[in-house]
Structures are given as C-alpha cells and as structure tokens.
Ligand binder design. Structure first.
Ligand SMILES: [Zn+2]
Length: 376
C-alpha cells in the first residue's frame, strides 16, 4: 500500500474512533475525546472540525461550564438532522425502502410489491425507488451517506455477490455491480452501496440502533423461512461461506416431516409461516421456537436474542410462548436465560438493518480493508 493510502486509512480510522466514542457517550468535549481516544488534542480538533463541516457531528450553540477548573467545553453529538442512510429490503413478494437518520429514526418508508423477481427487473425497481427518494432528499437538503440492500439469501457482502437466494431463484449473481450500473444509468449521485443477507442486516439494525449496543446479539427472523443474524464481538458473524445463521435448516426432529430443502425435520417445518395456520399450530411453533432459542443459547450464549419477522407480527403470542419454553430449559439446568425480546423496528427490521449496515461499515474502516485483503 502506498504511503498516501496508509495516511488516508489512518485518518478514516481516527475519524471512526471519534465518531464511535461520541455515539456511545453523548456530550463529549474535545478534551475528553482526546483523553479517551489517545489522540493528540490538535488531531482531535482538526478531525472534529472536518466531521462538523461534513455534518457527521453537531456541537451545542454555546459552551457549557465544566465542573473542573478550566475553559468551558462545547459538547459534541452525532448530527441527526442532516445526514441520512437508505435501507432497502428485497423480500420474496415486496420491496421495502426506508430513509433513516444517523440515530436510526425512520424519516420515510415505502413498500410496494416486488413486480418481477428476475434480478434485472428487481434492480430497475430498486433504482426507480432510490431515484425518487434522492430527489426528495435533495429538496430537503439532506445528505445521503450510503445505501444498504438486503435480501433473503446467502450473500458475500465484501464481493457484492448473491451466492444463493432460493426463494428469489437467484444464484451466483454480481448483484452489487448490477445495482451500481443501474444507479449510474439513472444519474443517482454516487453513494456507497452495501449488500447483506436480510437477517444479518436486521441483527445489525438492532445492534446499531437498538439503543443498548448489546453484544452478543442474535436476531431470529421468522417468516416463510427462519434465519438468524449473529453479531459477535462487534462484528457480523457470517461464517466461512456466508451461510452462518441458516437455523431454519437445523434439524429439530430426526426423520421428521420433509422440509423444502430436501432434508427431514428442519426447524422451518415446525416454525416457518406454513406451520402457523391454526391456533394449535402457533402454540406448537412457539414450543419449537423455544427449542431453537435454547439451542442458540447453548451454542453462542448471547446477551440478547431479538425475535422478529412477519410471523411474529401476525402472531404476537409466538415470542411469549418461545420465551417461556426457553426459560424452562434454562431453569432446569440452573442457568440464566438470555434476554429474549421483540424486534424494535417491526416489519421494517431488515430495511432499517440495511441502512444500519452503511453506518456499521463506515464506522469500521478496517473491516472492509480486511475483507478485501483476505478475499483477493
Ligand atoms: Zn430444511
């Protein structure tokens, strides 16, 4: 890497260090930032100036007196009024698009049927939605920081590839490059595009915007299929080939009913939307979901498990039933249960998560560098 490249990366890292400190501790002064980051005061001052000019940060209009002796300080916070993130979920039957502020507040949301699941058509539909939203952002003088896209399938986010999305019928598709070409064709201002699996994105949405920064966190998405997004040690854990979290196809019953994947007794057969037709079905699904949560706890011992997806919105009692059964398993073994809670963003969980992906990557410049190095 060239020296200039090194310096630019170093600067991005230092900026991200400051932004992450300010996100986790509101109202920090420049002096506290220098103390906490280990950077010199002059470096902090210069970087804060840049971040203010670029509307990542805002500062209070007037300095406030500090308790200690010395000059009054000016509290710094994330600027939630100017920069926005766009998140898009391409689901099996619809496209959801949200525009969120840097704190995750949803500013606008749109949903429309997925007109045609063919990749080129989906690209065009997404492009048209983003172009319209960009025009609205322009009118409101808002700045777009990036676009995140998620879909139900195994995704290589670093290479921008969809490996396999069976419910869309997509396989080995350079979808990020297709989106970039479509955006360029439509004259959409150059914005970073990120691609991720829907449950992984939803997990990041809860992690970045859930308010408590719980680590580790698992998001269980209950829809036609059942998948999980796993945040471990401040990173998305996607596995060797990007398929980690395909818990819908973990086996809950040996020689059980046939699953869509060809195996028998998968979790999806018991918990997937098709199993929820009757009240009895919901009760049984809740029980099996509790087993699944118990297995996730045994494997990862997460701090929090968030349960979301369309099935939980249509059958709110599903989560409570699962929690009760998981809790019983923990009690028998004399162990503490993880927190189990409903998704904060409801039906928008994946779309908001796609927007969170943009921020997550921006705040971790080494993540992207490391991925590019390791996969090249
Ligand atoms: Zn299966």
């Amino acid at each position: 890497m060239k020296a200039t490249g090194d310096l630019q990366l170093l600067k991005r890292i230092n900026r991200s260090v400051l932004l992450r400190l300010i996100r986790s501790q509101p109202d920090l002064s420049r002096a506290r930032l220098a103390a906490l980051s280990g950077l010199t005061k002059s470096t902090v001052s210069a970087l804060v100036r840049e971040l203010l000019d670029e509307h990542w940060l805002s500062e209070a209009a007037a300095p406030v007196a500090t308790q200690a002796m010395g000059r009054p300080s000016t509290p710094l916070n994330m600027d939630t009024s100017k920069r926005v993130l766009i998140g898009i979920e391409i689901a099996v039957d619809c496209v959801r698009l949200v525009c969120v502020a840097l704190d995750g507040a949803i500013l606008t949301q749109t949903e429309e049927p997925l007109r045609d699941p063919c990749p080129a058509s989906a690209c065009q539909q997404v492009g048209a939605l983003v172009r319209l939203l960009c025009q609205q952002l322009d009118e409101k003088k808002l700045l777009l920081s990036g676009v995140g896209v998620c879909l139900p399938g195994a995704v290589d986010g670093a290479l921008g590839l969809v490996r396999l999305a069976p419910n869309l019928g997509w396989r080995d598709l350079p979808f990020m490059a297709m989106l970039e070409a479509e955006f360029a064709k439509l004259g959409i201002p150059a914005a970073h595009i990120h691609l991720q699996n829907d449950a992984d994105a939803a997990a990041l949405g809860e992690y970045e915007f859930g308010g408590s920064g719980d680590d580790s966190l698992i998001f269980v998405n209950c829809d036609v299929g059942v998948g999980a997004g796993i945040v471990l040690n401040d990173r998305l854990f996607t596995g060797f080939l990007g398929t980690a979290g395909e818990i819908g196809h973990s086996i809950l019953q040996v020689e059980g009913p046939l699953c869509s994947c060809g195996r028998k007794g998968c979790a999806e057969v018991f918990i997937g939307a098709r199993a929820l037709g009757t009240a009895q079905g919901v009760a049984q699904s809740g029980r099996y979901l509790g087993v699944l949560l118990q297995n996730l706890d045994a494997m990862f011992n997460p701090h929090v498990i968030v349960v979301g997806g369309r099935s939980c919105i249509e059958h709110p009692c599903l989560i409570e039933a699962a929690r009760t059964h998981q809790h019983a398993y923990a009690q028998v073994a004399g162990l503490q249960s993880p927190q189990v809670r409903a998704a904060r963003f409801g039906v928008q969980a994946a779309a908001v998560g796609a927007a969170a992906l943009v921020l997550h990557q921006f705040l971790r410049p080494l993540l992207k560098e490391a991925k590019h190095v390791s996969r090249n």
